[in-house]
Design a protein. Sequence first.
Lengths: 112, 116
Amino acid sequence: SQTIHQWPATLVQPVGSPLSLECTVEGTSNPNLYWYRQAAGRGLQLLFYSVGIGQISSEVPQNLSASRPQDRQFILSSKKLLLSDSGFYLCAWITSGTDTQYFGPGTRLTVL
Amino acid sequence: GESVGLHLPTLSVQEGDNSIINCAYSNSASDYFIWYKQESGKGPQFIIDIRSNMDKRQGQRVTVLLNKTVKHLSLQIAATQPGDSAVYFCAEIHFPFSGGYNKLIFGAGTRLAVHP
């Protein structure tokens, strides 16, 4: 069966520090991968999506970037974190040709 | 712009009662809808989905109803249990695909609180 992992689970970082969040998917090949951010008590905002290795599309201009170095690995990064980058970051996957997205457990990021 | 929203931010029910969570959508061309359940500190969990060629779909204790005339979606939970307490999101697939990817538009969410 397919599983999706995210790490770390929680992270506290100072303003101006770099960021690297990792997402990996098991049990599927060539998935579409997504990064979302969720502010406290709010809905999900799509940040990036990827349909294949090295293929990244950004939904919202911001302080973050994404990379997909391997088929089942998706990384969210920042060179310098802002206070506004705090939130719950979710990775999701979908098998190409289907419609349902499945989410990982999330990473809680607090920028101080 | 296109949006998916929810009528009630918080819904409180007694254990054993039926719950109904509502959602309005604005894109009449949308073809696919999903309900997710999100417990505190966890990622959203898929509950049930429905396509626009259907008006009702049933799962285990859950039923999704789609009214395309008024662009309304609802999730019904039978015999609500304490474990059903969570935030529920509806999500809408925007068509046509852009760049070959599946884009979900999420509503703000409804918090369901189940009281013993």
